[in-house]
Ligand binder design. Structure first.
Ligand code: FES
Length: 562
C-alpha cells in the first residue's frame, strides 16, 4: 500500500493508519507489500446485466490470491440500458469519471474492470485509460440464447422485431406475453452483436481482455475459469508495469475498428472507441472508420446483421477466431495485457470447419466490406453513420420527402396519429435528439414505423437523426448526424416536405434545398436555452459532438496526437 497516501501532512502517519484500518479483512503485515488489486465492482440488481457478478468477483479474487496479490473490491456506478432514464449514454461520462477517480484515489496497484452492459465497458475503459495503472477488462458475459416455438430468440433484436410485428397486427397479445418470457432467459448482457458484445470483443482486440473471454456465455463454467485467469493475469501485468497507455495505441485501435467492421458491430462503438482513444490523446477521425470498413471483410454471421448469436460465436472460437481470420490486416505486434503480442496469442488459434457458417474465412466473407459506413453531405458536414448490413439493400440509395419530428416528445405524440401524412417512400427525420439536444443522445434513432404503414406491411423506411440506436436494432437508419440540431446543425433546418438524398455507395447524405433558403432558415434559427441543474447541466455544457466521442471537453488530455 505504497501508492500516494491520504493527506494528513505526515506520510508516515498516513501509512500507519492505512495498515491499521485494513487489518480487519484478515491481512497480515507481509500482505501489504504484495500487489494490491482493485476489483471495480458494478454489481446491481437494477442493472440486470450485472446482477450475477458476485460469483465472478469471487473467482477473480481467487485468481489474484493464487498469483500472489491482494484483491480489494470496490463499487462504482452501474448503468443498465433497460432501467435507466432517459438514457445510459447521459451517464457514461459520469461512470468514466467515477472509475478514473476511484482508481486514482485508492491505494491499488492494478485494477480489474468488471463491466458488461453497453455503457459500462466503454466508461471503464475511458476511466482506466486516464488513470493509467495496469488494468484488465472482464465482462459478465452474454445471455444464453432464448427460444420460442423452435425459433432462436435474441435480446434485444427480437424485442424490437416482435414488438413491431405486434403493432403491425401479425403477433397476438397472448403470443407477445410468451415471447416476453423467453427473450432474456439467463443472467448476462444482450446476446446478439449489440453494443455490449461489441465493446467486449473490441476489448480483446485492444489487448485489454483475455483472449476468448468476451463470448463465453454468462452462466458457463468457462466464464468462471476466465474470471480466475483474469485475476492471475492482472497481478502479472502489475509486475510487468503494463499500463493502458502501453497497450492502447493507434494501432491497437485500428485492430479494434477492423474487428468492429468484421463482426457487424454496434454503431455505438464508433463513439466509444473515439472517446477511449481520446483519453490517451489519440484522434480517430470518422474517415478512418470508413476507410477501414471499406477494406475489412465482413466475417462474423451474427445478429442483427446476420444469423447467429454470441453463444454460437463462443462455440466457433469467439473473438480470437475472427481476429485470426483478420490477421493479414492487423497490427500483430501490439502488446496485450497478457504480456504477449496480439500475434503471439493468435498463433495457435484454429477454427473448426463445423463453425464456418458463423466465422467465415478471410477469402470467403459474408460481404466484401465491413458493417458501418460513414456519410457526409450538407446534411451531415462532420459526418453520420449507417449500419449498412442491418439496413434494407433497396433503400441504400433513396430519395424521398422528409417527415420531420422536432423532438423525441413530438415523435411519441404524432408517429401513430392516423392523420399523419406519410408514405413508405418518405424519410422520417428526428431533430434535437443529439448529445446536447435530448440530452444524452438516446437510442431513438430507429424511429418506429408509423402504425398505419406497419399495417400495410411496411417494415423499413429511411430514418435520419442526430440520435443513436441500440446495437441490437436494425433498419435503414442514419445516425449521429453531426453537428446536431441543438448546436445549429443543418438537420435543425429540415422542414417536412424537403427532399433528401441518401446514397450509401457514394457515402452521401444531401438535403436538396437551395443554399439561399437554408441561409434564410439558419437566420431564423435560435439555439435552445440550456436549463436545469446538476449533472445534466454539466453534461450539456461540456459534452462533445458524436464525431468527437461525446466525452466531456475537460476530460481530454492537453496533448492530442493527430
Ligand atoms: Fe444490458 Fe442489453 S440491456 S446489454
Amino acid at each position: 500500500m505504497t501508492k500516494a497516501v491520504t493527506s494528513y501532512g505526515d506520510r508516515g502517519f498516513s501509512q500507519f493508519l492505512r495498515r491499521a484500518f485494513n487489518r480487519h479483512l484478515g491481512y497480515s503485515e507481509e500482505d501489504f507489500d504484495k500487489p494490491i488489486i482493485g476489483i471495480c465492482n458494478t454489481f446491481s440488481e437494477v442493472n440486470r446485466c450485472h446482477s450475477h457478478l458476485g460469483p465472478l468477483i469471487e473467482a477473480i479474487k481467487r485468481g489474484v490470491v493464487m498469483a500472489g496479490g491482494v484483491p480489494l473490491e470496490f463499487p462504482t456506478i452501474s448503468l443498465g440500458e433497460i432501467n435507466t432514464s432517459p438514457t445510459t449514454m447521459l451517464y457514461r461520462n459520469l461512470a468514466a469519471m467515477d472509475t478514473e477517480e476511484m482508481i486514482r484515489a485508492q491505494p491499488i496497484d492494478g485494477v480489474v474492470l468488471l463491466g458488461g452492459c453497453d455503457k459500462v465497458t466503454p466508461a471503464q475503459l475511458m476511466g482506466a485509460a486516464s488513470a493509467d495503472i495496469p488494468a484488465i477488462m472482464f465482462t459478465g458475459g452474454p445471455m444464453a440464447n432464448g427460444e420460442y416455438e423452435g425459433r432462436t430468440l435474441g435480446a434485444c433484436s427480437d424485442c424490437r422485431y416482435f414488438w413491431q410485428e405486434y403493432r403491425g397486427g401479425s403477433v397476438s397479445e397472448a403470443e407477445l406475453v410468451k415471447i416476453n418470457e423467453a427473450l432474456a432467459p439467463t443472467a448476462g448482457h444482450c446476446m446478439v452483436m449489440g453494443s455490449a458484445s461489441t465493446m467486449a470483443v473490441c476489448s480483446e482486440a485492444l489487448g485489454l481482455m483475455l483472449p476468448g473471454a468476451a463470448a463465453i456465455p454468462a452462466t458457463h463454467n468457462k466464464r468462471m475459469a476466465a474470471a480466475q485467469e483474469t485475476g492471475k493475469c492482472i497481478v502479472e501485468a502489475v509486475k510487468l508495469k503494463l499500463t493502458p497507455s502501453k497497450i492502447l495505441t493507434r494501432n491497437s485501435f485500428e485492430n479494434a475498428i477492423r474487428l468492429l467492421m468484421a463482426v457487424g458491430g454496434s454503431s455505438n462503438a464508433v463513439i466509444h472507441l473515439i472517446a477511449i482513444a481520446g483519453r490517451l490523446g489519440i484522434e480517430l477521425p470518422l474517415g478512418l472508420f470508413d476507410e477501414l470498413s471499406r477494406t475489412t471483410p465482413f466475417l462474423a454471421n451474427l445478429r442483427p446483421a446476420g444469423k447467429y448469436q454470441m453463444e454460437d460465436l463462443y462455440r466457433a472460437g469467439g473473438a480470437p477466431a475472427v481476429l485470426k481470420e483478420l490477421s493479414p490486416l492487423l497490427h500483430l505486434g501490439e502488446m496485450t495485457i497478457t504480456g504477449e503480442t496480439l500475434g503471439e496469442w493468435l498463433k495457435d488459434v484454429t477454427i473448426s470447419e463445423t463453425y464456418r457458417d458463423i466465422v467465415r474465412p478471410y477469402d470467403n466473407p459474408l460481404h466484401p466490406e465491413g458493417g458501418i459506413a460513414v456519410l457526409h453531405g450538407n446534411l451531415a458536414p462532420r459526418g453520420a453513420v449507417i449500419k449498412t448490413k442491418a439496413a434494407s439493400k433497396s433503400l441504400l440509395k433513396h430519395r424521398g420527402k422528409a417527415v420531420v419530428f422536432t423532438s423525441v416528445e413530438d415523435l411519441e405524440t404524432r408517429i401513430n396519429d392516423p392523420l399523419l401524412e406519410v408514405s413508405p417512400e418518405d424519410i422520417l427525420v428526428l431533430q434535437n435528439a443529439g448529445p446536447i439536444g435530448a440530452p444524452g443522445m438516446p437510442e431513438v434513432g430507429m424511429l418506429p414505423i408509423p402504425e398505419k404503414l406497419l399495417k400495410q406491411g411496411v417494415r423499413d423506411m429511411v430514418r435520419i437523426s442526430d440520435a443513436r440506436m441500440s446495437g441490437t436494432a436494425f433498419g435503414t437508419v442514419v445516425l449521429h448526424v453531426t453537428p446536431e440540431a441543438a448546436v445549429g446543425g443543418v438537420i435543425a433546418l429540415v422542414r417536412t416536405g424537403d427532399e433528401i438524398e441518401l446514397d450509401v455507395e457514394q457515402r452521401r447524405l444531401q438535403l436538396l434545398v437551395p443554399v439561399e433558403e437554408l441561409a434564410r432558415r439558419q437566420n431564423e434559427w435560435s439555439p435552445p436555452v440550456i436549463q436545469g441543474r446538476g449533472y445534466t447541466r454539466l453534461y450539456r455544457e461540456h459534452v462533445l459532438q458524436a464525431d468527437e466521442g461525446c466525452d466531456f471537453d475537460f476530460l481530454l488530455p492537453e496533448e492530442t496526437d493527430k
